[in-house]
Design a protein around this ligand. Structure first.
Ligand code: SF4
Length: 271
């Protein structure tokens, strides 16, 4: 017992102060790709999950952060220098369209960066009622709709002493009837489609639906005999949290955005 106490005192407080204080990811962390203007940029075919695209008529290139798995392939080989993997993890957005980012080239105008969206103008999906009722305390049901479990492990990490999400008034519950919202990981597999719909319906209004990870946000597995695609194929999503998997702070950021405690930033893709 004494040894445990001595070890605890030696270890000290390990809990992160994020989001009150910034969090720096590890050196080898890969965040969103950053594209440099005036350089030879990778063609869409390079991306294994179709996160890069180019409009056939205008030539405008786009990065879909909801689909990006941050693999770094577009920043390798001849594209070293033209593309770098950023370290930003605060990528959550309230609208799917906010995650489709135009890649600026020399021919396109670079817009002025805006630090944050106007939260009042951006509350079309997360109502002010949700902020009023759930802003200070939130209970979430986690639902794995068919994931590989990577996102689920990151969600589990939110409860450990390092991230300790309960310090923010957020907790996970076993029943959707006791929940204020649902966090969904994985693509919506056909075997679990009914479970997803019923789980969401069982949560009392107002409720929050949060999609976590590239399978749930971007539906990278597409529609097929086994999958329907992303969460928004079965229900409107309040917040999309990109990543494969998103790190725990990225999930905390997304939940804070869902509650209106933090503003979703306007994402840009320029170095
Ligand atoms: S980092 Fe993203 S955009 Fe680049 S190749 Fe990988 S998935 Fe595609």
């Amino acid at each position: 017992m004494l040894r445990i106490l001595i070890n605890a005192l030696r270890t000290g407080v390990v809990t992160t102060r994020y989001p009150d204080e910034p969090s720096l990811p590890p050196e080898n962390f890969r965040g969103q790709p950053i594209f440099s203007t005036g350089k030879n940029l990778p063609p869409p075919e390079v991306c294994p999950v179709d996160a890069l695209s180019q409009h056939s008529a205008t030539g405008v290139r786009q990065l879909d952060l909801a689909r990006c798995v941050f693999c770094g392939r577009c920043a390798e080989d001849q594209w070293v220098g033209a593309v770098t993997m950023g370290r930003d993890f605060e990528l959550a957005a309230r609208r799917r369209s906010d995650l489709r980012i135009e890649i600026m080239t020399d021919d396109t105008r670079i817009p002025e960066l805006q630090p944050a969206l106007n939260p009042e103008a951006d509350m079309d999906q997360v109502s002010s009622e949700i902020r009023r009722v759930l802003g200070r305390s939130l209970h979430l049901r986690h639902l794995d709709a068919g994931s590989c479990n990577a996102c689920d492990w990151e969600l589990t990490a939110l409860l450990n002493p390092v991230y300790d999400i309960r310090r923010l008034g957020i907790d996970f519950v076993a029943s959707p009837r006791h929940a204020d919202g649902v966090v969904i990981t994985g693509p919506i597999t056909r075997n679990l489609e009914t479970a997803v719909r019923r789980t969401i319906e069982a949560i009392p209004d107002p409720r929050i639906v949060i999609a976590v990870g590239a399978c749930a946000t971007g539906g990278i597995f597409g529609e097929g005999y086994a999958n329907l695609g992303g969460v928004d194929q079965v229900h409107p999503v309040d917040v999309y949290i990109p990543g494969c998997p998103p790190r725990p702070e990225a999930i905390i950021y997304g939940i804070m955005v869902a509650l209106g405690r933090l503003d979703a930033r306007q994402l840009s893709n320029q170095g």
